[in-house]
Design a protein around this ligand. Structure first.
Ligand SMILES: C[S@@+](CC[C@H](N)C(=O)[O-])C[C@H]1O[C@@H](n2cnc3c(N)ncnc32)[C@H](O)[C@@H]1O
Ligand SMILES: Nc1nc2[nH]cc(C(=O)O)c2c(=O)[nH]1
Ligand code: SF4
Ligand SMILES: [Mg+2]
Length: 207
């Protein structure tokens, strides 16, 4: 992890920011400005953004500047992702976004303590470094990645720990999608409290 990131959250290692369509989960199809923070030590072997892992490769950027850039886009929604964004204290950034009238959504593994003020929390827990109870309690959606058959049971175990209104999604791991998607279809037909989430941006060829 980067040593120089100040604890007050006024500077954050920004890997990239881009205006696109939310491709996954509950808010699929909505325009949003994505803020991708560098740094992650969870170590998913199938992670589709491994370039994010080393925080030191991504420039420390003023949270105020990130907010000014977010304000320039028509959709008043940001998705903060990474890397693992909860490595950092996100109180300052999300307070400023909300003060600017922007909705705050996060994509997180839940492996670090919850910080920030959120309109939506997408928790995608990982075997490699499990989710914390504070994030399980606050999640609006639980999005479990299905890489092999044993992940269905693992998904059920985590669903026990989220709130009763939390939406439940199964999302195929991208490299295994042709093999796992038919299994997910059958699983959801048998267990309709779950829904399918696809990485629709990859089918649309957009960021
Ligand atoms: C790159 S992660 C960044 C946010 C956070 N570290 C997390 O894992 O939730 C964003 C989302 O992409 C999902 N994801 C990453 N690699 C994937 C892959 N190969 N196939 C399907 N989903 C993937 C993650 O589970 C997560 O829901
Ligand atoms: N379009 C689009 N939707 C996304 N939803 C979650 C993403 C992420 O990497 O966190 C993502 C992403 O990278 N692109
Ligand atoms: S927690 Fe997220 S960013 Fe980190 S390795 Fe896993 S999928 Fe990639
Ligand atoms: Mg992505």
């Amino acid at each position: 992890m980067s040593n120089q990131v100040p604890e007050d959250g006024t500077l954050l290692p920004l890997m990239e920011d881009f205006y696109t369509i939310q491709g996954e989960g509950y808010h699929t199809g909505k325009a949003a400005y994505f803020i991708r923070l560098g740094g992650c030590d969870v170590g998913c072997h199938w992670c589709d953004v491994k370039e994010s892992w080393d925080a030191n490769l991504h420039p420390l950027t003023a949270a105020d500047e990130i907010v000014e850039n977010a304000k320039r886009h028509p959709a008043k929604t940001v998705v903060i992702t990474g890397g693992e964004p909860l490595i950092y204290n996100l109180d300052y950034l999300t307070r400023a976004l909300k003060a600017a009238g922007i909705q705050t959504f996060i994509e997180t593994s839940g492996a670090y303590p919850l910080s920030g003020f959120w309109d939506w929390i997408c928790l995608s827990p990982k075997k490699f470094k499990g989710p914390r109870p504070d994030v399980l309690n606050a999640a609006g959606e639980l999005k479990v990645i299905i890489f092999n058959k044993s992940d269905f049971q693992w998904a059920e175990e985590h669903a026990k720990f989220v709130g009763k209104n939390c939406k439940l999604y199964l999302q195929p791991e991208w490299s295994k999608a042709s093999e796992m998607t038919p299994l997910i279809v059958e699983y959801v037909k048998e267990n309709p409290h779950w829904e399918i989430s696809l990485q629709t941006h990859k089918y649309l060829n957009i960021p």
